[in-house]
Design a protein around this ligand. Structure first.
Ligand code: LLP
Length: 403
């Protein structure tokens, strides 16, 4: 168990840097990484932190300092990882629907590359032949994940090459002598059921006999973390045990030793992050009490986009009698951050802490309603460090021409 960052530190961060504010707790990220290492200690495993969850350079640098490599979903994420000091042999690149020139650039930067379509594989073969090893992302037809928007391995998904098209994959490999070193799947985000990973491994171990150059099975990300109090996340120890057994049995049977890769995003950073927000307005109507805060769906889109639950605490009036609130944002749309929440009485000026904001929080923020994106602060080695300043009007104007 790892408890939340002490309320006093969160309050201090808000007082010092203002709100809305994203605050990340370094020790929590380390704890998450170490628990993954423990859970998979019987596997030949490598973890690549899925940078798309949170790309702040300080976080990337910290993650790499723990010994964790980085998974990138765009060429710019690779450039950020490089800027943060991550060497190319610790960078993996898995993208989709991109122009082939981006793949060429990723190769130029020396990253491990997974391709996601027959079209890209063919272009890869024509351009690089056997000179640069490549991974192939497959669509395994496994339905998994917290909701359809974040399910990526099912039969109607845009991601990966359908396993039904393996013949075409093999034809391209032999036509261009492509060296396929990795088979990759990512079935979705928030996969609670350890068995989904087992299904994925079974499927890939069945297929891998026809890929003599493959030495890596990449199972993507998707470990679930608890969002509701008392909720259970993925039992990573169960996944670790099952994966170790499957790989050991495979090695005993075939003599072939494969390494397993994972690309955890949420698992690494979600619980390390807090979105701190101040209550601007309390409004009562006939039946409901609204607490209107100084953030909104522009800064944390998950509640509205995925109907995601994010736990909310009242940091500055914690022992007051509990009432029911609709915690709503300040955007000119319905942006309920928490519906029907039982919270200690909220007063205007109180500071609320929205939990599980480390993954896909700041990263999915926008400037909608011409509001600024928040600042980011890292709590590390006992001190608070500003790692991204709050935007200003100049940031809204910077890319506009002719004024
Ligand atoms: N690898 C690949 C190829 C991915 O597409 C993703 C996530 C990951 C790894 C990391 O998955 P994670 O461990 O974070 O679940 N914005 C959504 C999640 C979208 C995930 C997209 N791909 C959310 O806020 O729930």
């Amino acid at each position: 168990m790892f408890s939340h960052l002490a309320p006093e530190i969160r309050i201090e961060a808000a007082r010092k840097f203002g709100t809305p504010l994203y605050l990340y707790h370094a020790d929590r990220i380390r704890f998450q990484y170490e628990s993954l290492q423990q859970a998979f200690s019987n596997c030949d495993v490598r973890f690549f932190y899925a940078a798309k969850a949170l790309t702040n350079l300080h976080v990337l640098r910290y993650v790499y300092s723990l010994g964790c490599a980085v998974d990138c979903s765009s060429i710019n994420e690779i450039k950020l990882a490089r800027k943060a000091g991550v060497p190319n042999n610790n960078i993996l690149y898995t993208s989709n629907s991109i122009h082939f020139s981006e793949i060429e650039e990723a190769v130029g930067l020396g990253a491990f590359v997974n391709v996601d379509s027959l079209s890209a594989l063919e272009k890869f073969g024509k351009r690089f032949g056997s000179s640069y090893p490549v991974g192939i992302r497959l669509r395994p037809n496994i339905m998994a994940g917290g909701n359809l928007k974040i399910s990526t391995g099912h039969a109607a998904s845009k991601f990966g090459i359908p396993v039904e098209q393996l013949n075409q994959v093999h034809a391209l490999i032999s036509a261009y002598k492509i060296q396929v070193h990795t088979l990759h799947i990512h079935t979705g985000s928030e996969i609670k059921d350890a068995d989904v990973f087992v299904q994925g491994v079974r499927l890939l171990l069945d297929i891998v006999a026809d890929f003599p150059d493959v030495r890596i099975i990449d199972l993507g990300g998707g470990f679930k973390v608890p969002y509701y109090p008392g909720e259970k996340g993925t039992d990573i120890h169960a996944v670790g045990k099952a994966v170790a057994e499957l790989f050991t049995a495979y090695q005993q049977k075939t003599g072939r030793k494969l390494q397993v890769w994972f690309e955890p995003g949420k698992y690494m950073v979600c619980e390390a992050g807090y979105l701190l927000t101040t209550v601007n307005v309390i409004k009562e109507n006939e039946t409901l009490t609204f607490a209107g805060v100084d953030t909104g769906l522009n800064q944390l889109i998950r509640p509205m986009f995925y109907e995601a639950y994010h736990h909310i605490e009242n940091l500055t009036n914690p022992s007051a009698p509990v009432k029911t609130y609709q915690v709503v944002g300040n955007i000119c749309e319905t942006d309920t951050l928490g519906a029907d929440r039982e919270l200690p009485t909220i007063r205007e000026g109180d500071l609320l802490s929205i939990q599980n904001a480390g993954a896909y929080g700041f990263e999915m923020a926008s400037q909608y309603n011409a509001r600024f994106r928040p600042a980011e602060v890292f709590y590390k080695d006992g001190s608070l460090q500003l790692i991204r300043r709050r935007e200003t009007l100049d940031d809204l104007l910077r890319t506009q021409e002719g004024f």
